[in-house]
Design a binder for this molecule. Structure first.
Ligand SMILES: O=C(O)CCC(=O)C(=O)O
Ligand SMILES: [Fe+2]
Length: 325
């Protein structure tokens, strides 16, 4: 079903997920049905009723802006080039999400689960496991980001259970995927750019996300665009206050043989203003092997993708999108 705004432009659906916190399974199943509809359609939707306090979200944006406003020397002190586990500051143009396009016009900051040096995964230098780097002289930054990371883990867990219900699976079907997950918070700043028609530069080149679910906070500026496979055009994910934009990553497309899509999206910040966004990537357990769910195949249908380990896919995508840097 095509959703069209009052001015005739296409929009994405809003799913209220508050029922996922209900003790009544019928309430949870009802959210599952709404999720199913949104996932079969675009694989991109606004999430309302998420229960994340507005005060925490405001604090995340405040600290994000504060960080990107510090002098370049302070950012360079926490450059991710100094981290063995991909944590910290990523300079403008550090990543090229769309093969063949110009480097992305965005700067970023990566934060993950804080793990001590004696954690076996850190000691073994497993990909993306280890300590975070924290900027100096921003006392509110670390506690805010840690609180937010943990709130996002909780929301992602609720959503994965809803997703299982949406596929008529046991509610805890994805529990193994969600155990000790790679879960990465990314702060992004997009400086203003010329309109798409006037430049071939993009804030973020067209890409799909690599893991399970992405939970995105965006400010009021706008610029995120979602590819519509049916119309072969771009839909603006215009900000709706109080919601997250949620999209499905490559792992969910592989589980469902593309019934649920990992949809192409990009950012063009032609607003003339600074844009800030904060995606949280629920990537999943690095050792978990994702393969097509048998009930997602019709009789005689074959899986489009071979089984793959979460970590292998993630590493391949990092290699690809950071190749130039
Ligand atoms: O900034 C946005 O709105 C989207 C960012 C994004 O797609 C990503 O980091 O994967
Ligand atoms: Fe993305």
């Amino acid at each position: 079903m095509e959703r069209v705004a009052e001015d005739g432009t296409k929009t994405l659906p809003v799913v209220d997920v508050s029922g996922l916190s209900s003790s009544n399974v019928e309430d949870r199943r009802s959210v599952g049905r709404s999720l199913r509809e949104a996932c079969l359609d675009k694989g991109f939707f606004y999430c309302a009723g998420h229960g994340i306090p507005a005060g925490l979200i405001d604090a995340v944006f405040e600290e994000t802006k504060r960080f990107f406003d510090v002098p370049m020397e302070a950012k360079e002190r926490v450059d991710k080039a100094k981290s063995f586990c991909n944590r910290g500051y990523e300079p403008l143009g550090g990543q090229t999400l769309q093969a063949g396009a110009k480097p992305d016009r965005k700067e970023g900051f990566y934060i993950g689960l804080e793990l001590p040096e004696d954690d076996p995964r850190v000691a073994a230098r497993r990909f993306n496991h280890g300590p975070n780097q924290w900027p100096q002289d921003l006392p509110g930054f670390r506690p805010t980001m840690r609180a937010y990371h943990s709130a996002m883990l909780d929301l992602a867990d609720r959503l994965m259970r809803g997703l299982a219900l949406s596929l008529d699976l046991d509610e805890d079907h994805f529990a193994g995927f969600g155990r000790d997950p790679l879960a990465i918070l990314r702060l992004l700043h997009y400086p203003p750019q010329a309109p798409k028609a006037a430049t071939d530069e993009l804030g973020a080149g067209a890409h799909t996300d690599f893991g399970g679910l992405t939970l995105l906070l965006q400010d009021e500026v706008g610029g995120l665009q979602v590819f519509d496979n049916k119309g072969q055009d771009w839909i603006a994910a215009t900000p709706i206050p109080g919601t997250f934009v949620i999209n499905l990553g490559d792992m969910i497309a592989r589980w469902t043989n593309d019934r649920y899509r990992s949809t192409l999206h990009r950012v063009v910040n032609a607003s003339g203003r600074e844009r800030y966004s904060v995606p949280f990537f629920f990537t999943g357990n690095p050792d978990y092997e994702v393969s097509c769910i048998p009930t997602c195949l019709a009789a005689g249908e074959r899986p489009k993708y071979p089984p793959i380990k979460v970590e292998d896919h993630l590493q391949a995508m990092y290699r690809k999108t950071y190749a130039a840097a």
